[in-house]
Design a protein around this ligand. Structure first.
Ligand SMILES: [Mg+2]
Length: 229
């Protein structure tokens, strides 16, 4: 039996953050009558931070946070149509075509010849599964797991469910906080493939990084060579 390689999805296989940044710009523009960009950004971030446990990760939570923040910033002066417009931005995001990152299908083909590939992603179940389907990559994966949070206990549970020993498991992803540190914490291995930008909620605590070492590669296409060596 081939060893199991965990693979993150958003910003590891395809663009994701960029979609959020585009909509954040629309949100700033919509808030112009009441707030400058910095104020709007800070208010939205504060709402997201306060609600992430309730909203979860993903587009729906992002939309709810924008609606709440718009009402707050405008002191309830924003019109209902504009609020419906924010919901519409979310619908656009949900339907956005998948943009695979460079060389991803080829990299997965190479990795799939030496490993059983276990996609592990967090966010809204329907949205995440829909992206896997629309990506055209679904049949490259042995299993797909959508989880509410990527912490050590979640990884332990997922690996246990699939009968995988953490010591023989490697995870690959763009987030040190979600894809690397929790896997190292349960005795597994991890490879960091940074994306161009990192969402502020995915920035690791510097204390947690102290004394921790893991390989970093430029792109997913570099992982097969690294694993072979
Ligand atoms: Mg990611």
């Amino acid at each position: 039996m081939l060893p199991v390689l965990g693979v993150d999805a958003d910003d590891t296989l395809w663009e994701n953050e960029e979609r959020f940044h585009e909509v954040e710009q629309r949100f700033r523009d919509l808030m112009t009558p009441w707030a400058d960009s910095e104020t709007a950004d800070a208010a939205l971030l504060a709402t997201e931070r306060a609600n992430i446990a309730r909203h979860g990760y993903g587009i729906k939570g992002f939309v709810l946070s924008m609606v709440l923040t718009a009402v707050e910033i405008s002191d309830a002066a924003i019109d209902a149509r504009s609020l419906a417009g924010i919901v519409g931005w979310g619908h656009e995001m949900l339907a956005h075509p998948i943009e695979l990152l460079d060389g991803v299908p080829e990299a997965l083909d190479a990795l799939g010849s030496t490993h059983r590939l276990l996609l592990i992603t967090k966010g809204d179940l329907g949205d995440q599964l829909g992206k896997v389907r629309r990506s055209g990559l679904a049949d490259r994966f042995w299993r797909v797991e959508v989880v509410p949070e990527k912490d050590p206990q979640t990884y332990r549970d997922v690996l246990d469910r699939h009968g995988v020993d953490p010591a023989e498991f490697t995870m690959v992803g763009n987030s040190v906080k979600s894809d690397v540190l929790p896997v190292l914490a349960i005795g597994g291995w991890a490879i960091h493939v940074p994306h161009t930008t990192t969402w502020v909620f995915e920035e690791p605590d510097p204390d947690e990084l102290a004394g921790v070492e893991f390989p970093i590669v430029d792109r997913l296409g570099d992982v097969p060579g690294l694993l072979a060596g």
